[in-house]
Design a protein around this ligand. Structure first.
Ligand SMILES: [Mg+2]
Length: 455
């Protein structure tokens, strides 16, 4: 292709070569053009030749952090309206609110909540919440981009003097503030900077909401990292045993299998897979098929011993979040495998792969590898994954992609992968998943049991 410019007629011809199906992805108001047109790779029912790689979403496909995200979102409303104790706040409406605050971008989630609950906000609370979230992010935050955004907001809201405040700067970044500290810091920052604060239009409220959301979410992640997960779970949900970050059903079988790590005791893995199938789909796997599937499963495990896949995790979360979440979920997978696998020769070898997520994955791609405006449904994160896995364009037909959401299934095909598999979970079941080649409501267990991983 030598052409560098084309008129409309030529452009039409060029575009028509890309195929029959396109995704229309709307851009934010400050981007030209208004929308992008993505040629989608034609759907394929099976990989051409053998499968060589699997690219997989994190949240909703490999793990779920849903409880934490919802908590952090409703925290915005509670903060801005001053309803911090249980008696004042009955919680979000799971029927009316949840479809708008799960499975989309954080900005979209926050916009919905601000629009709906704006009337309940208290002016002084808005200012306090913003100043505290900004101060916390500057002192305790671990993500550089997040800090930059907060600094930008401080400038826009006429409060950048906060960055030079000596009392704030002197706080110890390695000792997180407790509830009492928070009240003190809030009151102090309010006394110093509230006069300068001017904005309360819708867009400003959204930006404040986003700062409050990330402050809360990152604070909890930081506490999980420090080993306070049980304390937080008890505090927030009244159950110290509740996992704030969960592993998706079947992932503890799927991951070792595609890496060719299951070399014995296949029956044990298979029995666990049946349990996971039931958890995910809500129904038992048909009894009459079980014996046949058991032997197919064994063959599939054997197949991957000789031809293990390259595996990448591809997430719109920033690196800081993905790092904490993947560490936690690999701890859970490790514990499950440790309990499940009897002491055999390969047990240590399998477990070693799950000691650290970096031992397992061939590539980890996060939002920090790209930019907020290029996340799913844009193709970029998946294109970066294919590059990092060293897969040339002509081999994209040997790759499978897994996603639980509409934007994810589009991003996979926009990156040129025709085998895009939707594994929706309860919260994304309302998504339009027509970009997917298969929709597997039984998740990864269904992918193995019913589709034999498309072999
Ligand atoms: Mg997802």
């Amino acid at each position: 292709m030598k052409k560098k410019f084309a008129n409309q007629k030529e452009a039409k011809q060029l575009i028509s070569k890309f195929g029959a199906e396109f995704a229309v992805v709307k851009n934010p108001g400050y981007i030209h053009p208004e929308y992008e047109l993505y040629p989608l790779a034609p759907k394929i029912k099976k990989p051409v030749e053998a499968l060589t790689a699997s690219v997989m979403d994190m949240d909703g496909t490999t793990t779920t952090t849903e409880a934490l995200c919802i908590h952090s979102l409703e925290f915005i409303i509670r903060k801005l309206s001053g309803r911090m104790i249980k008696q004042q706040w009955k919680g979000l409406d799971s029927v009316k609110d949840y479809p708008h605050i799960i499975g989309n971008s954080t900005t979209k989630h926050v916009e919905y909540l601000i629009e709906k609950y704006q009337k309940t906000f208290i002016h002084d609370q808005i200012i306090k919440s913003f100043l505290y979230a900004a101060g916390w992010t500057i002192i305790y935050g671990k993500d550089a981009k997040r800090k930059d955004e907060v600094i930008q907001n401080l400038k826009d809201f006429n409060c950048s003097a906060l960055l030079k405040d000596q009392k704030l700067i002197k706080l110890n970044p390695s000792s997180l503030p407790d509830d009492d500290d928070e009240v003190q810091i809030c009151d102090y920052l309010f006394s110093q900077f509230s006069v300068q604060f001017k904005k309360s239009d819708f867009n400003s409220l959204v930006r404040i909401g986003i700062d409050v959301y990330y402050q809360r979410y990152h604070e909890i992640l930081e506490r999980i990292k420090l080993g306070e997960g049980k304390f937080i779970a008890d505090n927030l949900f009244g159950d110290p045993e509740k996992h704030l970050i969960e592993a998706m059903p079947g992932i503890e079988i799927f991951l070792p299998m595609i890496k060719g790590l299951i070399t014995s005791n296949e029956d044990i893995y298979f029995d666990q897979l049946l349990i996971d199938y039931e958890i995910k789909s809500g129904k038992k796997f048909p009894k009459k098929n079980i014996d046949k599937k058991r032997s197919t499963f064994k063959k599939l495990c054997n197949y991957f011993i000789n031809d293990p896949l390259k595996v990448a995790v591809v997430t719109s979360s920033i690196f800081y979040e993905a790092d904490v979440v993947l560490r936690e979920v690999f701890k859970i997978i490790y514990a499950k495998l440790d309990k499940m696998i009897p002491v055999v020769d390969d047990k240590i070898k399998i477990l070693n792969n799950f000691k650290d997520y970096r031992n397992y994955y061939d590539a980890v791609i996060t939002a920090s590898d790209s930019n907020e405006i290029r996340l799913k449904p844009h193709r970029d994160l998946y294109s970066i994954a294919l590059y990092k896995l060293n897969i040339p364009r002509e081999k994209f037909t040997q790759v499978v992609g897994f996603e639980d959401s509409e934007s994810g299934t589009i991003a996979i095909r926009a990156a040129g992968i025709g085998l895009s598999i939707a594994v929706p979970f309860a919260e994304t079941s309302g998504h339009n998943l027509k970009a997917a080649t298969y929709i597997c409501k039984g998740g990864l267990p269904e992918v193995i049991l019913k589709h034999n991983l498309f072999r």
